[in-house]
Design a protein around this ligand. Structure first.
Ligand SMILES: *[C@@H]1O[C@H](CO)[C@@H](O)[C@H](O)[C@H]1NC(C)=O
Ligand SMILES: *[C@@H]1O[C@H](CO)[C@@H](O)[C@H](O)[C@H]1NC(C)=O
Ligand SMILES: *[C@@H]1O[C@H](CO)[C@@H](O)[C@H](O)[C@H]1NC(C)=O
Length: 174
């Protein structure tokens, strides 16, 4: 539970999360490797990395996945938007051929917690597949904590924003 509440800026909370995680790992009979968690430091803070995938439901485009009846949409713009008081942060990125995006912040995320942030895919890049199904128009997706990763620049909290699904207005016209 603690990691899902993890914030990007609360030093106390961040340190507690790390301690808790390390504590749990050392209790497990076969701890998963590769976490590379550093020792907690008084000035510990971490940046945000959030991932998601953008789909077109019901159209057979390149990369169509039968089990989902959906095709990945590439070159879709995704926005991480954080607000807290008068502060706001916007970071964009685009999807690759698998419909996958990852938005990473730097130290500018320090004033925000993950609960201050949402991810939006404001429009579909596919002319014939542009009705927002999930989340609905203008509704962002919250960030769900996945894990910590250690990067050269420091610790990053990795979150998922889940799937963003568009559909054609008329399924006979993909
Ligand atoms: C957080 O980390 C950034 C660099 O990664 C640093 O510039 C900033 O001072 C740190 N903030 C605190 C409160 O330690
Ligand atoms: C990606 O989308 C932008 C507009 O959002 C467009 O200008 C660009 O040509 C597109 N690139 C590809 C490879 O489709
Ligand atoms: C955008 O995505 C690319 C590929 O995943 C990544 O290397 C880059 O750091 C991302 N940029 C931002 C601002 O998140």
């Amino acid at each position: 539970m603690a990691p899902s509440l993890a914030s990007s800026c609360s030093l106390v909370r961040a340190t507690l999360v790390i301690l808790t995680t390390v504590g749990c790992l050392s209790c497990l009979p076969s701890p998963s490797s590769g976490m590379g968690l550093p020792r907690p430091q008084p000035n510990l803070n971490f940046t945000i990395g959030v991932e998601g995938v953008v789909w077109c439901k019901g159209c057979r485009y390149r990369g169509y996945v039968e089990s989902r009846d959906a095709s990945p949409l590439r070159n879709a713009s995704a926005l991480l938007r954080c607000r807290r008081g008068h502060r706001a942060l916007s970071v964009w990125n685009t999807t690759n051929t698998h419909g996958y995006f990852r938005i990473e912040t730097g130290a500018q995320a320090a004033p925000f917690t993950s609960s201050n942030c949402k991810v939006y895919v404001p429009r579909s890049p596919a002319r014939r597949c542009r009705v927002a199904v999930r989340p609905a128009w203008k509704k962002g997706s919250p960030l769900r904590f996945r894990r910590f990763v250690t990067l050269p620049g420091g610790l990053q909290g990795r979150y998922s924003a889940g799937s963003f699904t568009f559909a054609p207005q008329d399924s006979s016209k993909c």
